[in-house]
Design a protein around this ligand. Structure first.
Ligand code: CA
Length: 446
């Protein structure tokens, strides 16, 4: 399926009143999946967000509301991560989505069933969100040509893009164990750096802590070791999308990244938004990938979508805001740093999957593929402080009179994602938020 169906009808309303609020990220057309918990001892259970409430799929299944493929999908939601559901594949996800949409819409039998809402739903404000899946492997790509150009220009002003960029989706294997859900404090890492004016490297808290605005793609059914995934099948291996902040220590990165790429400069924390918006929910917001400029090579055949393939890009706007500790103390609202869009990526999600498996590398349910920093063509559309402040040389002014080249302790970075289009209901991703905690040993990084 690549065309909207009844679950996307913008006229649909839910008997969950908050889902009909024009400002909600989670109208009935969205239905994102996540894992929620009541307290620290709760292993967590699978939920679907609707307005300001969360439907427990375990409870819904136990009540006997699901049938056929939807029942199979519901049965695979009994655990505390999405991996079982992810392994099933699009046919089952779609059946579950269709049945959830029918149950939650105005006038349904479920709406008229006394006490049902209390048995299957909790208030989102009363639960905390966990990671949605057990993430076995995490890969971070570099799919934004604007980001690659901006960063490359700092090192090679005359030749910012390396010769491989337009041919091969660049990526590196990231660290899965340090992926955390939104709201988790991020401790300022210490590391080895080599100040330009020093003869030898030093060790200490990073002085150049940054964020990177990205999207994450959750792998659904895996692929067998040795078997490449054809570009035409690639999206059937993807379940959905979250927001992702690839926290980065730029001074550590500069010193360590050659010759094998980033290592400790990025493995200390990666924050993701806890709700996974399914590819099915995103159908109204799919767009052709951004045009390659004249003269750019066509993708090689294995990365070329088959004739008539569905639109490979996603029109997903990402906003990044910053609020310092002093801004919170003074009641200043967060300031917006940037707004960029995943539709500007040079490589599509399908191309990332196909390239990743082209050597026979296997993917497994719950693996996470990140896009790389998403930057657009304008100064207000760059997804990192590295680009926004030109490596700290042009600091930002905050309303308190503070300035920022890179992040300070107490700063909170929040990313929000939105899909909006004429003729479709606006859907959102919730927050991907993290606040910087001081380095161990009380260092401030300055
Ligand atoms: Ca990154």
């Amino acid at each position: 399926m690549s065309t909207p169906d009844a679950t996307h009808d913008p006229a649909l309303r839910s008997w969950v009143a908050s889902a009909n609020d024009a400002a909600t990220d989670f109208p009935i057309q969205n239905l994102p999946f996540g894992v929620f918990a009541h307290d620290a001892n709760d292993a967590g259970r699978i939920g679907v967000a609707i307005g300001d409430r969360v439907v427990s799929l375990r409870a819904l299944h136990a009540e006997g509301w699901l049938s056929g493929d939807g029942e199979v999908a519901g049965r695979h939601c009994a655990g505390s991560d999405l991996n079982g559901l992810l392994a099933l594949g699009p046919r089952y996800w779609r059946a579950l989505r269709t049945q959830l949409s029918e149950l939650l819409r105005d006038g349904s039998t479920a709406a008229r069933t006394p006490g049902l809402a209390d048995r299957i739903m909790v208030n989102a404000a009363e639960v905390s969100m966990r990671l949605p899946a057990a993430i076995g492997d995490y890969t971070d790509f570099y799919a934004s040509i604007q980001h690659a150009t901006n960063v490359g220009a700092m090192f090679r002003p005359d030749n910012p893009l390396l010769p491989n960029y337009k041919w091969v989706p660049i990526g590196y294997h990231g660290r899965a164990s340090s992926i955390v859900p939104s709201g988790t404090a991020v401790r300022r890492p210490s590391g080895q750096t080599k100040p330009a004016d020093a003869a030898t490297p030093v060790v200490g808290p990073t002085k150049a802590l940054d964020y990177e605005a990205e999207i994450g793609l959750f792998v659904g059914p895996g692929s067998a070791l040795g078997d490449p995934v054809a570009i035409g099948d690639a999206e059937s291996h993807l379940f959905g999308v979250c927001l992702l902040n690839d926290w980065s220590a730029r001074d550590v990165q500069t010193w360590e990244y050659q010759p094998l790429g980033p290592f400790l400069s990025k493995s200390f924390a990666t924050t993701i938004s806890p709700w996974v918006v399914t590819l099915d929910a995103l159908i109204p917001f799919r767009v052709p990938p951004s045009d390659r400029p004249p003269g750019d090579p066509r993708p090689l055949p294995y990365l070329t979508p088959p004739p008539g393939a569905a639109a490979g890009g996603i029109d997903l706007s990402i906003e990044v805001t910053l609020r310092s500790a002093l801004m919170r103390d003074r009641g200043n609202p967060a300031v917006r740093l940037s707004r960029s869009n995943a539709r500007d990526l040079y490589w599509t999600p399908a191309q990332l999957v196909t390239h990743h498996t082209s050597n026979g590398c296997n993917l497994r349910p719950g693996d996470l593929l990140a896009s790389g920093t998403i930057s657009g063509p304008t100064r207000d559309a760059v997804g990192s402080l590295l680009e926004l402040t030109r490596r700290g040389a042009e600091p930002l002014a905050l309303p308190t009179g503070e300035t920022r080249g890179f992040l300070e302790d107490g700063d909170e970075v929040v990313m929000r994602g939105t899909c909006e289009r004429q003729g479709a209901m606006r859907i959102g991703f919730g927050e991907c938020a993290g606040r910087i905690a001081p380095a161990h040993g009380g260092g401030t990084g300055r």
